[in-house]
Structure formats: structure tokens, C-alpha cells
Design a protein around this ligand. Sequence first.
Ligand SMILES: Cc1cc2nc3c(=O)[nH]c(=O)nc-3n(C[C@H](O)[C@H](O)[C@H](O)COP(=O)(O)O)c2cc1C
Length: 191
Amino acid sequence: MTTSAKEYRVLALSGSLRAGSYNTALLHAADKLNPGQMSMQIYSSLGDLPLYNQDLDQEPPPAAVHDLHRTILRADALLIATPEHNASVPAALKNAIDWMSRLPDGSGLPGKPVAVIGASPGALGTVRAQLALRQILASVGADVLTKPEVMVFGAHERFDSDGMLTDGFTRHLLTGLLIELTRRIERGRSD
Ligand SMILES: Cc1cc2nc3c(=O)[nH]c(=O)nc-3n(C[C@H](O)[C@H](O)[C@H](O)COP(=O)(O)O)c2cc1C
């Protein structure tokens, strides 16, 4: 990933591992919208992390854990798209946060601006998963944005067959959130 001095490095994490994921498609839509000076990296290796096991929690950590950690440390902010699994956060995402929270030199998450979004074909648009994720992120000290909320319900009607986000209102909300994320990064730099 190449960045210029004025670019904000945003690490985009999808809680879905599946190829046709609406949540990953939402991150690609965010990358295309990019209303500011963001350089977005969509991380596609969450599935490489082993299940958290305290017996594996040693120095050095597993390679995939180390890779994600380095990537988070380099990022100015995170954009996380979460599916909803049984009214909560999918295991892959929780697993990644659990790993990060255990690293001896810090997870890189305290104070990090984080925007949470999510998409579901269902009627609630990940509202419960996002609530759970916000609580988890608060517990590790991340600086989680509260507005605008991007909860994409009826996701199967908002993307075309190529995975492109076609819904104007969702694009509008997503743009607003990215602008807010940029502001939050700028504020952190000027503090
Ligand atoms: C194990 C499992 C549990 C699910 N639970 C919910 C749920 O609680 N609420 C919901 O809206 N959708 C639920 N779904 C449907 C997902 O929203 C749907 O599969 C969605 O497409 C997953 O996101 P993705 O497209 O990014 O992979 C569930 C799916 C799975 C596989």
C-alpha cells in the first residue's frame, strides 16, 4: 500500500470470510466512494488467524496474528463491516479482537478511531451485531464513532449481481461516515 503525506490510512476489516459477502462488498463500496484523502486497505486474511487459544498465546505470536497486528499499528483508523450471526458478532471478528487484545506491546486499538458498519439481508441490518461490536471495541479502548449509523437491512436488494452498492441512501450514509472518520483522524493528529 502506498500513501502520501496527506493520506489517511484506513484498514478495512470484514467480519465475513465468504467470497460473495455483502459486508466485504460494503467495504469495497466505501473504498470507491472515498470522499476524503483515504488510502484504504481491505484486509482479507482474518480467516488465517487460528482460534484464540492461550496455549498459542506466546512470543512470537502466530504469523497471521502478527501480520494483522502490524497492519493495525500502521493504520490511522479502522472501518469494520460486521455481519450478524445469531444476533451478535461473527466468531472470526471476535477472534481477531481477542488476539489483538492479548498482545504484550498493545493491540494498537486504544484511542484508534473505528467506524462500524454492517449489512444483512434481514430486517434489522446488523443492529444487534453492531451493538455487541461497539461494546467489545469500547472494552479494548477504541475510539468508536457513533454517527452516522450504517445498518444495511435488506442487503440483497442494495447490491447488484457484481457486488456493487446500488442503493443511493446507503451510499449517502457511508459517505457521511467516512467524512466523520476523516475528521476524527484529523482531530487526533492535532491533539
Ligand atoms: C450462523 C449464521 C447466523 C446468522 N444469524 C443472523 C442474525 O442473527 N441476524 C441476521 O440479520 N442475519 C443472520 N444471518 C444471515 C446473515 O446476515 C447473512 O448470511 C449475511 O449475508 C452474512 O453476511 P455476509 O454477506 O457479509 O457474509 C446468519 C447467518 C449465519 C451463517
